[in-house]
Each structure stands twice: as structure tokens, then as C-alpha cells.
Design a protein around this ligand. Structure first.
Ligand code: NAP
Ligand code: G4F
Length: 346
């Protein structure tokens, strides 16, 4: 019998990579999708075409709907639950604080309750975030006190503590993966890295003359998303549940990302990038850098894709998507490090 996984947020960046990874491991994969009048499965279409040999099933539902989550848990009877669904955009959370609290915070409790009440014996992964560290000095690790700086971070922190409470109070096998920023060609278009890589392609294609950004000084620990979904899986294969930090250990500013991306395309970024304060956040997270010593120690997990390789891979992908010639250095540098990935540029 194959191992059965249930993934919330399967249509997102991480959910699509995780589904691909688990199907490659021989899993039967079930995913929660929101009903939508347009197709939400763009990132999954390559998997749905051959349906992983009939091992990929999508179920309509919503993290706001506790009854549906309970029914699905009982029906699917998963061995592993990966809870990735969330309103995941930090800037948007300032405009939608209550909605973000409901979906990103309470949504986790609805799912935990569905697990507990169904009596299904499964392992549970919670997509916690480095945003929870907020203003805590870098580098941050599992012992660093949290200091959330947005409604999103506060909602994730609530989920983090509820996961710990369900472990301690009810004995569930539940784990927090505290992940730093991870990016890819499948990254949502309004997150800064993808906005930049698409911006380069649009400028080269003649579809835009400038790229408008917010705070260029914020520093992030950016890694490559497919490596992080392997980390999620490894965390659930442990003998005991625990909470671990996942990141590269390197930090770069948004300005660094801009310079690298435009430089790779032989463009002088100063001619094209404009800063608009309307993109600034009411409270910013200035500096994130992971200390992932424990993930290395317990899981043997390490990020291997470097910052320039990540930037180049994303620019390559957006150039190709715009029918432009791509230098391909990002792809070449990646080699076959992520062997299960079918097409790193899509
Ligand atoms: P993403 O691309 O924004 O995907 C979010 C997923 O959640 C999408 O599938 C979305 O569905 C789904 N979702 C949103 N609202 C929902 C609702 N009400 N009911 C059911 N599903 C809902 O995010 P990601 O980058 O893959 O990140 C995955 C998870 O890791 C998120 O929880 C994020 O907060 C967390 N995280 C991400 C990073 C990172 O750097 N990527 C780092 C740390 C933590 P639709 O497609 O229908 O919108
Ligand atoms: O790409 P961002 O929107 O990602 P952010 O806020 O770090 O959040 C992402 O990573 C978290 C993990 O640490 C996840 F939990 C979360 O779900 C999400 O995936 O912004 C990165 C930085 C910020 O400092 C922002 O102020 O880039 C700065 N920035 C500058 N100009 C911009 C822009 N961000 C966006 N989205 N758009 C801009 O034009």
C-alpha cells in the first residue's frame, strides 16, 4: 500500500513541488483546492496530465470550512498531512488582518481539530515562517525569541503555538518547519524575487520601461524551493516530532537581488528600477538569516543552491516564458542536484 499524503495549499509554489516530490517517492497524494471560476491548477497541470499514475487526487474545500476538513480527513485517511495553505502574502496581511488571522491562523486549528477528532493517526507538518522572528537579531534559530511584525507573522505564530499545544496536550505527531524565504520560477508574481525576474524579462521584451519596487534595503535568506520541500518530508520521517529552522545561512538585500538579476541580463538596474514608498510596509522585517545547524544535524538537510544560481535560474525561466533567449547559466549550475524535478524552468 502506498503512503498517503494530504496537502493543503497544493496549488501554491511549495504544494506543487511537494506533490511532485511525493509522487516520485511512490506516495498517493491528495490535495485541497479552493473552488474558483478560473483554473487554479496551473502549477499542477504537468502532474495532472499523467496524474502520477492515478495517484494524485484533488478535493474541493477551504480552510475556513471546518466540517469539510473533517470529512476529508476521514475520507482520505492520510499517513502524512502537509499544511501549506495560507494567505501567505505579508504586505496583503496589513490590508486583510482579520482574514489572514482566520485562514493562516484559525485554519491551522480547524485542520488540527479535524485530525484529532477523526482519530486518524497521521504525522502533521505546519508551514511556519521565519517572519515569526521579525525584529529578532540575526542569525535566528530554534531558541530565538519571536517578535512578529505583521498580521501574517502573528497568525503564523498562533499556528506555531497551537501545533506545539496539540503535540503536548493531545500527543499528536506534529512538527513546525520554520522556513526562510524560498523561491523558484513557480513563485507567486507579487513576491519580490519573482517581481524582479519577471521585470527583467518584461523590460527586455519591450513590454515595460521600469520596475517599481519598495524597500531595497531589507535583507532575506533566500533559498531554492524544491530543496525546502524535501526538508518538509524529512522532518516528518523522524522518530520524534520536533520544530526546526530551514535556511541557507546567507543573507542578501533586495538591492543585491536586483543587481544580480539585471546584471545577469546585461542591464544597468539604475536605469530601470524606481522606488515607490507606497510599497513600504507599516512595519518591516529588516534582517533574516537562518542558523540551520539543527536541521543539518537531525535531518542531514542543507540548502545547496547559491544566491547567484537561484537568481539566474529565475531570470532564465522568465526569459524563456517570454520567448526570449536565456543564457541558461542558472539551469547549468543546478545540474541534476534536484533529481526528482521534471523541469526546473517551469
Ligand atoms: P503560496 O504559493 O501563496 O500558496 C498558498 C496556498 O494556500 C495556495 O495553494 C492557496 O490556494 C492556498 N490557500 C489560500 N487560502 C486558502 C484557503 N482559504 N483555503 C484553502 N487553501 C488556501 O505559498 P507558498 O510560497 O507555496 O508557501 C506555502 C506555505 O509556506 C504557506 O503557508 C506560506 O505562508 C509558508 N511559508 C512560505 C515561505 C516561502 O518563502 N515560500 C517561507 C515560510 C513559510 P490558491 O491557489 O487557491 O490561492
Ligand atoms: O517577497 P516578499 O513579499 O516576501 P516576505 O515578506 O519576506 O514573505 C515571504 O517569505 C516569508 C518567509 O520569511 C513567508 F513566510 C511569506 O509567506 C512569504 O513567502 O518581500 C521580501 C522583501 C520585504 O522586505 C519587502 O518589503 O522585499 C521587500 N520588497 C521591496 N519591494 C518588496 C517589494 N516586496 C514585495 N512583495 N513587492 C515589492 O515590490
Amino acid at each position: 500500500m502506498p503512503t498517503i499524503a494530504f496537502i493543503t495549499g497544493i496549488t501554491g509554489q511549495d504544494g506543487s513541488y511537494l506533490a511532485e516530490f511525493l509522487l516520485g517517492q511512490g506516495y498517493e497524494v491528495h490535495g485541497l483546492i479552493r473552488w474558483c471560476s478560473t483554473s487554479p491548477t496551473q502549477r499542477l497541470d504537468h502532474l495532472l496530465q499523467d496524474a502520477g499514475g492515478g495517484r494524485l487526487t484533488l478535493h474541493c474545500g477551504d480552510l475556513a470550512d471546518a466540517a469539510r476538513l473533517g470529512a476529508l480527513l476521514a475520507e482520505v485517511q492520510p499517513d502524512e498531512v502537509y499544511h501549506l495553505g495560507a494567505q501567505s502574502h505579508v504586505r496583503v496581511s496589513f490590508d486583510l488582518p482579520a482574514y489572514t488571522g482566520d485562514i493562516t491562523g484559525l485554519g491551522t486549528v480547524r485542520l488540527l481539530e479535524a485530525v484529532r477528532r477523526s482519530g486518524v493517526r497521521c504525522r502533521f507538518y505546519q508551514a511556519s515562517s521565519s517572519e515569526m522572528f521579525g525584529s529578532a537579531p540575526a542569525p535566528q534559530n530554534e531558541a530565538t525569541p519571536f517578535w512578529p511584525r505583521s498580521p501574517y507573522a502573528a497568525a503564523k505564530l498562533y499556528s506555531y503555538w497551537m501545533v506545539r499545544n496539540y503535540r503536548e496536550a493531545h500527543g499528536l505527531f506534529v512538527c513546525n518547519g520554520i522556513m526562510y524565504n524560498h523561491e523558484s520560477p513557480r513563485r507567486g508574481e507579487t513576491f519580490v524575487t519573482r517581481k524582479i525576474s519577471r521585470g527583467v524579462a518584461k523590460i527586455l521584451k519591450g513590454e515595460a520601461t521600469q520596475l517599481v519596487l519598495g524597500n531595497l534595503e531589507a535583507r532575506r535568506d533566500w533559498g531554492y524551493a524544491p530543496e525546502y520541500v524535501e526538508g518538509m518530508w524529512r522532518l516528518l520521517q523522524q522518530g520524534e516530532p520536533q520544530d526546526l529552522v530551514f535556511g541557507t545561512g546567507e543573507t542578501h538585500s533586495v538591492r543585491d537581488f536586483v543587481e544580480e538579476a539585471f546584471g545577469y541580463a546585461n542591464l544597468d538596474w539604475r536605469q530601470f528600477v524606481r522606488v515607490d514608498p507606497s510599497y513600504f510596509r507599516p512595519t518591516e522585517v529588516e534582517h533574516l538569516r537562518a542558523d540551520s545547524t539543527q536541521a543539518r544535524r537531525f535531518l542531514g538537510w542543507e540548502a545547496t543552491v547559491t544566491f547567484p544560481q537561484l537568481v539566474r535560474l529565475m531570470v532564465d525561466a522568465d526569459l524563456r516564458a517570454a520567448d526570449l533567449e536565456a543564457p541558461g547559466e542558472g539551469l547549468r549550475a543546478l545540474g541534476n542536484r534536484v533529481r526528482w524535478l521534471r523541469n526546473p524552468l517551469s
